[in-house]
Each structure stands twice: as structure tokens, then as C-alpha cells.
Design a protein around this ligand. Structure first.
Ligand code: ADP
Length: 311
């Protein structure tokens, strides 16, 4: 770069001659977008917005409100609850999540060993905490081997996040839920391709299920029979946060009650379709209480024998 020292008189002459003499002001710094949360009043300085005890109580009460039994929940009183800041798009219903976990540990194998497995017919794992989850699944397999007369526990895993280490969970469960995010991370471009590729790595006899947003969901068993359900979009999509979890829960509920994969993913899509049309889950809870959900359950076809064979 060439640098030239110009005197004040020279600058004046250059300016009169119509030449920009370099009189602009340069600012050096960085830019930032402010996202502002408005609250009715700001908490007193140094006071806590909620103590961990209060937050833990809120979470347990919220589970109870939705009839989720938390007898086996591990509560770490000294730890902060992980938190997410979620930006929902009103235009499309999409969500962007900023997540932080300060110090809450993952569920340990010792925590899992305290559970009386005899109480359960199905155990579902979120795909994370890979080495511990692998050991927990092995515990259930041991239990199944020694309790074949009383009925085996079906194991399902959801592979959701685009993380390479989750691949080692694929050959473990009886039922696998594979998200669109993970599928795209692996370079698969459709539900059909995803279930085919994942099936090749899963245990023989397992069921692979892949929900795909507004395109619905597909599933395939080891025989390679592909079944599909369309999505059931509401009039207006308002909140897709948790659509996948709702789909998984409804599908597991249906499979565990003896419905076929096609019936079950259809039921999952119906319930998830209802969910994306409302904010949060409170409206669904009300529908379940006042009986509005019942016709949907009944319309999802008849029960046709247990289809998942746990090993
Ligand atoms: P995730 O929330 O994990 O990203 P998906 O976006 O794949 O999960 O959605 C799970 C299920 O929710 C889909 O199979 C579909 O049945 C339903 N769903 C999601 N988005 C919509 C939508 N816009 N309209 C209708 N149903 C939807």
C-alpha cells in the first residue's frame, strides 16, 4: 500500500479541485444485534430469578399435570437446570434454539440400576450420553434374556442430533427413530433412503422410523417393507417446537398397544399435526381430558396384534 503525507494547504487545494482529500471519519469496532426481553419488573440486584429447588419443584409439578410419573427421575438439587432460548418464526413455524447446560450431569448407569425393570414393557432412550446408554441397553437385554416368560421389554432410541457418535447406537434397539436432521447430516435426501440405509446397520427384526416434517413419516422393518403416512397439517402452523417428540410419544404409545407400524406412524402424524397447530401442549392436554382426542385414536385403524418383537 502506498502512503502519502498531505499538508492541510494541499488538502484544501484538492478539495477545491473536487478531489476527495480523505476527510471522512473511520470507526473501528464490531456490530451486534440486540434481542430484547421485556419483563414487568427486573429482579432485585443479586437476587435469584428462581432457586434450583423452586425450578425443580416447578418441573416435577408440570410433569404431574400431564400425568407423567417421575418416581424414577434423578433430581440434582445443587445443579442448574439446562435452559434454551427459542426463536419461533410466526411465518413458517420454524424454530431456532440456543441451548446451555451449565452443570447438570447425564443419567448414570448407577441411576439406571436402581430402577425395577419389571414395571416396564417399553423403554425409550434419547440418543445422547452414548457410552452410558449402551450399557443401560445391555442391562435391559440381560433382563430380557432372564425373563422371557414374563414378556420382554421393547427398547427404542431416537437419533436426533447431527452428531457422528450417535451412529454406534443404531445397532442396539428394537425400534429406531431417525430425525430428518440426522438423515440430512448423513447425506440422505428422503425418508425412503434414510430407512433403507439405517436398516442396513440396525439389528435384524428392528423397525426404523423416520419423521420428515410436513412430509409426514415413513417406517420399514427388516423385511424391507416400507410404509408411509402423510402429515396432517392444521389450518395454521403456530408452534413446531417438540413436534418430533410428540410424534415419537404418540407412535410409541400406538406400537406398545399392538398397532402396526403404518397405523402407529399415522397416529403419530395425526397427534403431531394437532400439536403444531397450537402453542405448547396445554391445548392437547385439554383435548385428552374432554375426549376430543378419542375419535382420532379410534380412527387410526384397528389393533392388529403385537408387531414389535423385543429380544
Ligand atoms: P422435529 O420436531 O424433531 O424436527 P419433524 O419436523 O420431522 O420433527 O416433525 C415430526 C412430525 O411432526 C412429522 O412427521 C409430522 O407428522 C409433524 N409435523 C411437523 N411439522 C409439521 C407441519 N408443518 N405440518 C404438519 N405436521 C407437521
Amino acid at each position: 500500500m502506498k502512503c502519502q503525507i498531505v499538508s492541510f494547504d494541499q488538502k484544501k487545494k484538492m478539495s477545491i479541485a473536487g478531489v476527495d482529500p480523505g476527510c471522512k471519519i473511520l470507526c473501528v469496532g464490531h456490530v451486534c444485534i440486540d434481542m430484547i426481553s421485556i419483563c414487568t419488573s427486573y429482579p432485585e440486584e443479586d437476587s435469584q430469578v428462581g432457586t434450583t429447588t423452586k425450578i425443580n419443584r416447578f418441573l416435577l409439578e408440570d410433569f404431574a399435570k400431564f400425568d407423567v410419573n417421575t418416581d424414577y427421575a434423578v433430581v440434582h438439587e445443587g445443579c442448574d437446570c439446562p435452559a434454551s432460548c427459542v426463536i419461533l418464526s410466526v411465518a413458517t413455524g420454524s424454530r431456532t434454539i440456543i441451548h446451555a447446560n451449565k452443570n447438570l450431569p447425564e443419567v448414570s448407569v448407577e441411576d439406571f440400576d436402581k430402577i425395577d425393570l419389571a414395571a416396564f414393557k417399553w423403554i425409550h432412550f434419547e440418543g445422547r450420553n452414548v457410552s452410558n446408554v449402551t450399557k443401560m441397553i445391555e442391562r435391559i437385554r440381560q433382563y430380557n434374556r432372564s425373563h422371557q416368560d414374563c414378556g420382554c421389554i421393547t427398547i427404542s432410541v431416537e437419533i436426533e442430533k447431527a452428531k457422528p457418535e450417535l451412529e454406534s447406537l443404531i445397532p442396539l434397539p428394537d425400534v429406531l427413530f431417525v430425525s430428518k436432521d440426522y438423515a440430512m447430516f448423513k447425506g440422505y435426501s428422503s425418508m425412503a433412503e434414510t430407512v433403507k440405509e439405517i436398516q442396513a446397520q440396525a439389528i435384524p427384526g428392528s423397525l426404523v422410523i423416520c419423521p420428515w416434517g410436513e412430509d409426514g413419516a415413513s417406517a420399514s422393518n427388516s423385511v424391507g417393507k416400507l410404509v408411509h403416512s402423510p402429515a396432517f397439517p392444521p389450518l395454521h402452523v403456530v408452534d413446531t417446537l417438540g413436534a418430533g417428540d410428540t410424534f415419537n410419544a404418540a407412535t410409541i404409545f400406538s406400537l406398545s398397544n399392538g398397532h402396526t407400524p403404518k397405523e402407529s406412524i399415522t397416529f403419530g402424524c395425526r397427534i403431531a399435526g394437532l400439536k403444531v397447530g397450537v402453542t405448547g401442549w396445554e391445548p392437547l392436554r385439554k383435548m385428552a381430558k374432554d375426549g376430543t382426542l378419542c375419535p382420532i385414536v379410534e380412527n387410526s385403524s384397528e389393533r392388529s396384534g403385537v408387531v414389535i418383537k423385543a429380544t
